[in-house]
Every structure is written in structure tokens, then in C-alpha cells.
Design a protein around this ligand. Structure first.
Ligand SMILES: Nc1nc2c(ncn2[C@@H]2O[C@H](COP(=O)(O)OP(=O)(O)O)[C@@H](O)[C@H]2O)c(=O)[nH]1
Ligand SMILES: [Mg+2]
Length: 490
């Protein structure tokens, strides 16, 4: 669905990634591509203009989440604006009358009759009792087409042979609803090839005399701005309650879908995604925006970052990293923020690839326990020690170990680990959360799986010193792990 548009938007966003800090100049360049993609998708010009104004204002504004890459942030902003343009989710049918009358109208071939069947099916699935009325007396085969659908679905269809008055057919049909034990009546009305006065007059007449509770316009999503124009005209004549956009499974470019709400103010209620009777979906703007951007993993990351990450803390950390002041306390905060139940798992899952494999490890109780242990050790240090662990002498080390309930060498190893990490973290000033998370995680992992550098593994005393061969092997192993960790980070 909307492949070209998706490709265009993704390309625009890709051009922004890997740029480190975004400047106004390169941001504008990327946003220009976003604009181009929207125009190529046949989104209405005015909609594109206001879309771009809003996105640009936010992207260049001060609302920058330090925890995200700038390009990731732009994706978030573009997504939000797509949702805004698509409108609020609004697919409730509010069937609260004894007999609810829904009128479908639209141009010929837009998919009214098919949608009548699809909608009836959805209504029945959610417990309603639908009935169909064949009010298209324009085309000879139209009545028959609806009967075929009704039979397929096992849903009653009301029609009148030889009638020439659609208003009468609709009125009689609604009267028959109770007899048919139905509480929803769907009127399948006639269409013309283009909007004409006679068609509108007929529909207005039905609207006035039958007084449907809801009037939906069925539009063909493949017709681009024509769909939007017909929606405008129908809305002026009929006060539409909603739009059902069909044929989005084909090579619709997306322009109609992205324009219709903004141009007409009428919400999209359902979308048709195939010829089959089960291909009607309630319209979900958020899901659709994600589908169009096709960057589910990054969008998930953006959402988590917005929810969970303490922006203030991130800003402070950023400043410290830039000044080369990454302390044990900061290390602890990073670890502690990752120890929130489920957080790391969610993030790693979304990042995919090798990071996702770590999910497994996180299920291991030991890992979270490990983080808690590390945090416990740092908590047992004085402020001075946390800022500058070189002051930690043998006796201080024992005091800390006792306070945290760990062995003295675990304290030493933690400090070593921190010292390895400090330059790496500081080297990441300005980088996104993704890289930073990876680095913390990798270091913690390599420490854990490494018998010499491990914080979690207490070295068991065997009573003998390691042979020099063992030591060499251990060192090799450690270097290998560190190299792997670094490679993963790249
Ligand atoms: N691919 C696709 N075809 C559709 C969809 N909705 C309707 N159609 C097709 O569009 C054509 C016209 O549909 P119809 O319901 O007869 O339109 P009407 O003249 O407005 O009643 C038929 O061939 C339908 O199968 C859809 O969502 N996707
Ligand atoms: Mg029809």
C-alpha cells in the first residue's frame, strides 16, 4: 500500500540519518524531500503546505529529545503530523436506535455496492443485524448485484421490481426492517460517472425523506484529487458523516487518503483493501501512519524514548559527556534506567539484529540481578569516590564491599569496567540513545561473560594462582569479547 510514498518518505529520512547533529540547512534538505514525496503522491497542495510548515517548525524547534538521533526524531515528528492529517480515529457507527439507517452514496464504480456488503458483514460480526436495500435503480444489473451479495452473506436484501422511485424503495425498505428482524438498514444508492445535479437532487431527496442516521460517502482511493473533489461536492449537498475509501489495495498513491480529512473535514471511517467481502477495515490513523512510514522499529523506539527516558537527566548527562565528566554515578544511572522492568527488553527487541539476541540474556534473572549488584556497589561509595574512584584504597575498597555485600575484587572490577567505559561514553557525546545503549549493554555483557573482568562473577579461589598460560588465555578471551562488543556497536 502506497509503496512509492513510503519509499519517498523513507529516503528523505535516510538522507537525514548519520548526520550527527542536524543543522537547519541539512534538515531543510531532508524536509524538501518529504515535501516532494507528498506532492508526488498527489496529496492536495494546501495540505502539503501546512504539513510542511508544521513539521519544519517542530523539527527546527527546541523540542529536541537528546536521547534520539536527530533523524529518528524527525521520523517521530513526520509520523505525528501524518496522524494529524489523517484525523482522529473515528470508526464507531453509534448504532443506538431501534433501527439504524445508514446511507451509502458515491460515484458509479466507487465501490458502494461492494462496500454495502462488506459493511453489513462487519456489523453482523459485531453483533448487529443488518439488512440491505437496493436503491440503485439507475443500472439494470445493480439490484441483482446486491441480491447476489446478500445471498453470499446470508443477509436479507430488500428490493422492488420495476420501481422507479428510490425514495419509496428506501422508505419501504426501512419499514420492512422489523419484519426481517434487522436493526441496521444499509441503503445502496445510485451513482453517476461524474457529479451531476440530478444525482445530487435524488440523494438529497432520499436524505430528507428517509432521514438516515448516517450518510457515508464511498470514494475510490485510486482517483487521487478527484476523490477529494467529489467528497467536497457530496459533503456540501449532504452533510456527510464519514468517508469510506476503497481500493487502497491497488496502486493508489495515497494522496486522496491524506487529503480528504483536511480538505473536507469529514472523517475517514473505513478503508477498503480488496475485492473480497472481508476486506473492509476500520480506519486507524496511527496504524496507517506507521504503515506509510514503514519504519515500525524506529517508531517504536521513538515512542519508548518519549515515554520512558527522563529528558532532563539525559540533557545533564549529555553535558557531562561533552565535558568529559562521566562519573560512576552517571554510570549507575544509565544502568538503573535500563534495569526498569521490561524496558531494555522492549528496546532491544525493537532494534533487531544482534541486539535482539540479547533479549534471551535479559530473561536470565542473573542479568537484572547483575545490574542491581553493580548499582549496590556504587551506592556504597561516598560522593567523592563516585566522582573519582582513584581515591579508593584497599581499606576503602573493603568498606564498600562490605556495605554492598560483595567481595572486594568485585569492587575493583567495577572500577576497571568504569574506567574502560568512561572514554567510550564520552566519545559518544551527541550520539543517539541507540548507540549509547548498545555501548553500556555491550560493556556490561563482556564484563559478565568474562571471568576476569566480570562484575557479577565472583572469582572462586582455587588456592593457587593462575598459570601464565591461563592468564594469557583469559586475556585473549577478554580482548576478543571487547572487540566483538565494539564491532556490534558499529
Ligand atoms: N481492489 C478493490 N476493488 C474494489 C474495492 N471495492 C470495490 N472494488 C471493485 O470495484 C468495482 C466497483 O464496485 P461496485 O461496488 O460495483 O461499485 P458501485 O458502482 O459504487 O456500486 C467492483 O469490481 C469491485 O469489485 C476494493 O476495496 N478493492
Ligand atoms: Mg452499485
Amino acid at each position: 500500500m502506497f509503496d512509492r510514498l513510503s519509499e519517498g518518505l523513507q529516503g528523505a529520512i535516510k538522507s537525514l540519518s548519520g548526520k550527527g547533529r542536524l543543522t537547519e540547512a541539512n534538515m531543510r534538505e531532508g524536509l524538501k524531500q518529504v515535501e516532494q514525496s507528498l506532492l508526488e503522491a498527489d496529496v492536495s497542495y494546501d495540505v502539503v503546505q501546512s504539513f510542511m510548515a508544521n513539521v519544519t517548525e517542530q523539527a527546527l524547534g527546541e523540542k529536541v529529545l537528546l536521547s534520539l538521533d536527530p533523524s529518528e526524531q524527525v521520523i517521530g515528528i513526520v509520523r505525528d503530523e501524518l496522524v494529524e492529517v489523517l484525523g482522529k480515529e473515528d470508526s464507531a457507527l453509534s448504532l443506538d436506535h431501534d433501527v439504524n439507517v445508514i446511507m451509502l452514496c458515491g460515484l458509479q464504480g466507487s465501490g458502494k455496492t461492494t462496500t454495502t456488503g462488506k459493511l453489513a458483514r462487519l456489523i453482523r460480526e459485531s453483533g448487529g443485524k443488518p439488512m440491505l436495500v437496493a436503491a440503485d435503480l439507475q443500472r439494470a444489473a445493480a439490484v441483482q448485484q446486491l441480491h447476489v451479495l446478500g445471498e453470499q452473506l446470508g443477509i436479507p436484501v430488500y428490493s422492488e421490481a420495476d420501481s422507479t422511485d428510490p425514495v419509496k424503495v428506501c422508505q419501504n425498505g426501512v419499514k420492512k426492517a422489523k419484519e426481517n428482524d434487522a436493526n441496521v438498514v444499509i441503503l445502496d444508492t445510485a451513482g453517476r460517472l461524474a457529479i451531476d445535479e440530478e444525482l445530487m437532487a435524488q440523494l438529497v431527496n432520499i436524505d430528507r425523506k428517509v432521514q438516515p442516521h448516517q450518510v457515508f460517502l464511498v470514494v475510490d482511493g485510486m482517483t487521487g484529487q478527484d476523490a477529494v473533489n467529489s467528497a467536497k461536492a457530496f459533503n456540501e449537498a449532504l452533510e456527510l458523516d464519514g468517508v469510506i475509501m476503497t481500493k487502497l489495495d491497488g496502486d493508489a498513491r495515497g494522496g486522496a487518503l491524506l487529503s480528504v480529512k483536511s480538505v473536507t473535514g469529514v472523517p475517514i471511517k473505513f478503508i477498503g483493501t480488496g475485492e473480497h467481502l472481508d476486506s473492509l477495515e476500520p480506519f486507524r490513523p496511527e496504524g496507517m501512519a506507521g504503515r506509510i512510514l514503514g519504519l515500525g522499529d524506529i517508531l517504536g523506539l521513538v515512542d519508548v524514548a518519549r515515554q520512558v527516558v527522563d529528558e532532563k537527566q539525559q540533557a545533564e548527562l549529555e553535558e557531562k559527556l561533552q565535558k568529559g565528566q562521566f562519573t560512576l554515578d552517571d554510570f549507575k544511572n544509565q544502568l538503573a534506567s535500563m534495569a526498569q522492568p521490561g524496558l531494555v527488553k522492549r528496546m532491544l527487541g525493537m532494534l533487531g539484529g544482534p541486539m535482539a539476541q540479547m533479549n534471551q540474556m535479559l530473561e536470565d534473572e542473573e542479568t537484572e540481578g547483575g545490574i542491581r549488584r553493580t548499582v549496590g556497589i556504587i551506592n556504597s561509595m561516598t560522593l567523592e569516590e563516585r566522582r573519582d574512584p582513584t581515591v579508593i584504597s584497599g581499606s576503602r575498597r573493603n568498606r564498600i564491599a562490605q556495605g554492598a555485600g560483595v567481595q572486594g575484587n568485585e569492587v575493583t572490577q567495577l572500577i576497571k569496567q568504569y574506567e574502560q567505559m568512561k572514554p567510550m561514553m564520552e566519545g559518544m557525546a551527541g550520539k543517539g540513545m541507540r548507540e549509547r545503549l548498545k555501548a553500556v549493554r555491550d560493556l556490561h555483557d563482556s564484563a559478565m561473560t568474562n571471568p576476569l573482568g566480570g562484575v557479577q562473577r565472583t572469582k572462586k579461589s582455587t588456592g593457587t594462582r593462575l598459570s601464565s598460560k591461563d592468564k594469557r588465555n583469559n586475556r585473549k578471551e577478554r580482548e576478543k569479547l571487547l572487540k566483538q562488543a565494539r564491532r556490534r556497536r558499529r
